[in-house]
Write a protein that binds this ligand. Structure first.
Ligand code: UD1
Ligand code: UDP
Length: 385
């Protein structure tokens, strides 16, 4: 039996952890056991607890309760507490997801204690080191022993940074931090979307609750610092969405991330204030995962700066306007299913017009077969020493 210590903290990590935990519990209970550590990076009910409740994730074995703070403060506190938990639990490996401060803290704490790090969503790069996530993911990859890349582009990025191919690494010897094994495995979030898509239909009352016309809305999410920290940038994006809504008589549904909600509350800007006058613009609280995939399933189009949501738009075969200048998920842009618009109102409106007129969209199979979690478990069982 191998004992995994899994670090979660931010909303998308809790959701991703559901897929691996489900695979461990249902398919590999004799070979793997998982101890869950929640850093407390996200703590509102709608950003954390709701996912445990609706996705059947076991309650965390350790709740660190770190909360919000500056990067150094938040990461530093996590590092100290995770180190303590590792010493107590003595796991065979530590699992981290993605690129948040919780990911970085987990990878640093474990690698310094010579505990192998398993990085799920390895290799993704925006090539923009001003994003805190880019620093987190590069550092985590280079402290890891087993790296699971959801895409081929991720695998290529790792090879460019000096990681050996799996075949070469296997020839060199067993996997360890100096001889990491890199796998291309598909996307856990595709597993989750397939698993929960039908269950999501039970949440149709969401449309009535918020007065959403299920056949005529754009789904949007905004939370990146580069889109929210400067009120003029945020105001420009919201004004573009508002104009699109009014001119095309289409609703905009925006489940609001607390970072963005805080910014809007603090701002007293014309662009933001005038949203209230448009009854087609629906700003709602963050929703659970089931409601989110229901919204993605019915939306005409998705406009987002979220990494997870742009991919889920693709899974649901919906066009996506990416509210960022670059993306780690380059394949969805290359396939023509998504467009990079950044925060430029003109580009956002052009992208909406582009997809409104486009009828011939194809969504190639990029993210695996919906069994990434199983593949990851099997690889851990086989290669973790
Ligand atoms: C974090 C991740 C980001 C990820 C996102 C997912 C880092 C550096 N960033 O960004 O990569 O895409 O999570 O959503 O790790 N807040 C609340 N309640 C909560 C959580 C946050 O009010 O439950 C507010 C606080 O004011 C906090 C702010 O949101 O300061 C930002 O939270 P934080 O976790 O620092 O960053 P995110 O923007 O959520
Ligand atoms: N999500 C959700 N409710 C919301 C907004 C997002 O359940 O109100 C889910 C979404 O379906 C995706 C994940 O949260 O699975 C993405 O998280 P987020 O956008 O916070 O972070 P990112 O993926 O950009 O790191």
């Amino acid at each position: 039996m191998k004992k995994l210590l899994t670090i979660i903290g931010a909303r998308p990590q809790i959701i991703k952890a559901a897929a691996l935990n489900r695979a461990i519990r249902t398919k590999f209970p004799e070979q793997l056991t998982e101890v869950l550590v929640h850093t407390g990076q996200h703590y509102d009910h709608g950003m954390s607890d709701i996912f445990f409740e609706e996705m059947g994730i076991p309650r965390p074995d350790h709740q660190l309760g770190i909360g919000s703070g500056s990067h150094g403060q938040q990461t530093g506190k996590m590092l100290e507490d995770i180190e303590r938990v590792i010493e107590l639990e003595k796991p065979d490996a530590l699992v981290v997801y993605g690129d948040t401060n919780s990911t970085l803290a987990g990878a640093l704490a474990a690698s310094k204690l010579h505990i192998p790090v398993i990085h799920i969503e390895a290799g993704l790069r925006s090539f923009n080191k001003r994003m805190p996530e880019e620093i987190n993911r590069i550092t985590t990859d280079h402290a890891s022993t087993l790296l699971f890349s959801p895409t081929k582009a991720g695998l290529k990025s790792l090879e460019r940074e000096g990681f050996s191919t799996l075949a070469v690494a296997k020839k060199k010897g067993k996997a360890d931090i100096d001889n990491p094994y890199v796998f291309h495995c598909g996307d856990l979030m595709y597993d989750n979307t397939l698993f929960y898509a039908k269950k999501a239909d039970e949440r149709m009352d969401l449309f009535i609750k918020h007065g959403i016309d299920k056949d005529n809305f754009i789904l949007s999410t905004i939370h990146r610092p580069q889109n929210t920290d400067d009120v003029h940038v945020l105001s420009g994006i919201l004004s573009a969405l508002n104009e699109i809504s009014i001119q095309n008589k289409i609703q905009v549904v925006l489940p609001l991330h607390p970072r963005t909600a805080n910014m809007i509350e603090r701002a007293n800007d014309d662009g933001i204030g005038s949203l209230a006058e448009n009854t087609l613009f629906k700003i709602i609280e963050p929703v659970g995962f089931l409601e989110m995939i229901l919204l993605e399933k019915h939306a005409q189009m998705v406009m987002t700066d979220s990494g997870g949501v742009q991919k889920e738009a693709f899974f649901m075969q919906k066009p996506c306007v990416i509210l960022r200048p670059e993306t780690e998920w380059t394949e969805i842009v290359e396939s023509g299913c998504a467009v990079l618009a950044g925060s430029d109102p003109r580009k956002i409106k052009n992208a909406f017009n582009h997809f409104s007129e486009k009828t011939d969209m194809e969504f190639p199979s990029i993210f695996g077969d919906g069994a990434a979690a199983e593949f990851i478990c099997k690889s851990i069982i086989e290669h973790l020493n």
